[in-house]
Design a protein around this ligand. Structure first.
Ligand SMILES: [Zn+2]
Ligand SMILES: [Zn+2]
Length: 242
């Protein structure tokens, strides 16, 4: 039942030692994914319990997974996150309850602990948040072009989306949509919109079928630098803050 998580972890473990500019981020993310897989398994293995979809009701169960998660971040996170995890582990869980409820009502991509804890929960419940990354894959029906899917930044589910349209504002005039490639990352590109000045990355699975979009997206962090330097804002930062 955690095959999806295992696939992300394997990909992060594979890319980290080969990484081109994002080695530390990938190493951390590999640990983070393991901690999230543990949360997911913890939730799914509760006998006689199913998520209601109302965070307020499900929170007590999710918070049971908090201590182990904080330990993992203390051991493997970058200094600032490790320190915050330590502080949180000594804070009343009421504080985390309030933070999670606030995030639930109005999510933000700079709230690491809220987002990291809720992703495994939402992976099960589905939410409808901002896209993190897009990917192209061959489908039997349109094998010549490949369709585009988006992966939700919050719950990590994917959904089909038209190929030539901005995932942020809906712009669909091709002249307003730009793509940036770098030879170092053959299967990853920046998909940018001139109208709203936002972008996300796209992973082309027709070139690298073994890629895991949310992991390869981190491996290609140098592309984000290019996008920022050219005045684009990412639709949603990923869990390691890129
Ligand atoms: Zn979602
Ligand atoms: Zn746009």
């Amino acid at each position: 039942m955690s095959e999806w998580w295992d696939k992300q972890i394997q990909r992060a473990d594979y890319l980290a030692p080969r990484a081109n500019g994002a080695k530390e981020l990938l190493n951390f993310y590999a640990h983070l994914l393991r901690a999230q897989r543990d949360i997911y398994e913890f939730l799914r293995s509760r006998r006689g319990w199913l998520p209601s979809g109302e965070l307020e009701c499900d929170l007590p169960v999710l918070l049971d997974a908090l201590p182990e998660f904080l330990k993992a971040i203390q051991s493997h996170g970058p200094e600032s996150l490790a320190a915050e995890a330590h502080d949180l582990s000594e804070t009343d869980t009421q504080v985390m309850t309030e933070r999670l409820m606030m995030y639930w009502r109005n999510s933000s991509d700079i709230q690491f602990f809220e987002k990291a804890l809720l992703q495994p929960y939402l992976r099960w419940v589905f939410c409808g948040g901002n896209p993190q990354v897009s990917f192209l894959k061959n489908k039997e029906t349109t094998a010549e072009s490949g369709n585009r899917d988006l992966i939700c930044a919050t719950c990590l589910s994917s959904w089909e989306f038209r190929r030539v349209v901005c995932a942020n504002c809906g712009e669909e005039r091709p002249a307003k949509l730009g793509y940036f490639h770098s030879p170092e990352f053959d299967h990853v590109r920046i998909e940018a919109c001139e109208t709203c000045k936002h972008y996300l990355k796209g992973v082309d699975l027709t070139r690298a079928g073994f890629a895991a979009p949310i992991v390869d997206e981190i491996d290609a962090a140098p592309l984000d630098l290019w996008a920022r330097e050219h005045g684009y804002t990412k639709i949603e930062l990923n869990l390691v803050g890129v």
